[in-house]
Design a protein around this ligand. Structure first.
Ligand SMILES: Cc1ncc(COP(=O)(O)O)c(C=O)c1O
Length: 366
């Protein structure tokens, strides 16, 4: 019997286990030396001035927006198609989300629609590099500059991804997640990256109760700290990240080559990017001989994990429907949420796993 092939699997090795053991033995468990070293290594990897470690990717986005000191009711743009945390970060701060449509090929922000949604009240864009492919940064960055908007990059799925040879998270304010399904993990964890030193100072204050030291609290902050245990894991995972990404890319290339069945649209990659395939996402087109759900059931019955990232545009989630029922429809987000299906692409897959996945898909209906 074959083992079930899960949709995601973190790779934790003996180095991480040893490092955690050392931290436990040291007794220095909370934010400390390992977190500092992890931040420095992350900045060097991205070629940015500051990295601020926090407890997860959601609070990374939350703090990035909070540190901008915006007014209640200011408008912030989010893609309509992403994980819900992208847009929730806007709600946490009492700001107003405005959804833009995505490009149905890349699943990322559609620059033309972005231009249309900007008003005099727009203050920032939260752009997502969905599934590991950088968004069209040349256009989006230019639009942000022309309209004096802050670009917050949601890099939760794109550690090590590049646009024109420069890493994501170094174009705007970068927000990363280290959840176990991501390209690198610390269990839970997050990072905010920026070249703006005064913004980084505010972020450091906000993550630790606004404390300038010795219980002197100058602003309303939080406990959003990362632990030293997580810092130790992060340092090692970061060293392994390029290798993990190379493996994801070669797995994706093999899937591209081997999957050959009418009605399954394979991922589109832009020329100017390094796509790091946090997810390998196909579209089950209307011409496919069965529904997406029937195909998923079949794959599960053959021991292959799949997922739908994500089944509806964010504005269709009950939470957002409670806020208002008349959101403007984003047609491409509607279409892709009906068609997308993620297949396993993680670095622990063997060549024979990829060949098996492709063979099973190709044999569907035969
Ligand atoms: C696009 C996106 N944004 C934000 C997050 C939030 O990260 P976290 O789960 O670490 O809070 C995630 C991860 O789940 C994500 O995929």
């Amino acid at each position: 019997m074959r083992d079930f092939i899960p949709i995601a699997k973190p790779l934790i090795g003996s180095e991480e286990i040893k490092a955690v053991g050392e931290v436990l033995a040291s007794g220095m468990l909370t934010q400390g030396e390992n977190v500092k070293k992890f931040e420095e290594a992350f900045s060097a990897y991205l070629n940015v001035t500051n990295s601020v470690a926090v407890s997860n990717g959601t609070v990374a986005l939350d703090l990035a927006l909070k540190a901008l000191n915006l007014k209640s009711g200011d408008e912030i743009i989010s893609p309509a198609f992403s994980f819900i945390a992208t847009a929730n970060s806007i709600l946490y701060q009492g700001l107003k989300p405005v959804f833009v449509d995505v490009d149905p090929r890349t699943f990322n922000i559609n620059s033309e629609d972005l231009k249309e949604k900007i008003t005099s009240r727009t203050k920032a864009v939260v752009g997502v590099h969905l599934y590991g492919q950088p968004l069209e940064l040349r256009d989006v960055k230019e639009i942000c500059e022309d309209h004096h908007l802050v670009l917050v990059e949601d890099c939760a799925q794109a550690h090590g991804a590049e646009y024109n040879g420069k890493k994501v998270g170094s174009y705007g304010i970068g927000c990363f997640s280290f959840y176990p399904t991501k390209n690198m993990t610390t269990g839970e964890g997050g990072m905010i990256t920026t070249d703006d030193n005064s913004l980084a100072d505010s972020l450091r204050l906000l993550r630790n109760h606004g404390d300038t030291g010795k219980y002197n609290h100058v602003t309303l902050g939080y406990n959003y700290r990362l632990t030293n245990l997580q810092g130790a894991i992060g340092l090692i995972q970061l060293k392994r990240l390029d290798h993990f990404n190379d493996k994801r890319i070669s797995n994706a290339e093999l899937l591209n080559k081997k999957i050959k069945i009418k009605g399954i649209a394979k991922p589109f990659k832009m020329d100017e990017v390094k796509h790091v395939y946090n997810q390998y996402v196909v579209k089950v087109e209307d011409e496919f001989l069965a529904s997406r759900e029937t195909l998923m059931d079949y794959l599960h019955s053959k021991g292959i994990g799949t997922a739908i990232h994500y089944p509806k545009p964010i504005y269709r989630q009950p939470l957002y429907q409670q806020i208002r029922a008349d959101w403007r429809i984003c047609p491409a987000a509607e279409e892709v949420s009906r068609k997308v299906m993620s297949l396993p692409v993680h670095p622990s897959l063997r060549r024979e796993d990829i060949e098996y996945i492709s063979k099973i898909i190709n044999s569907f209906g035969a």
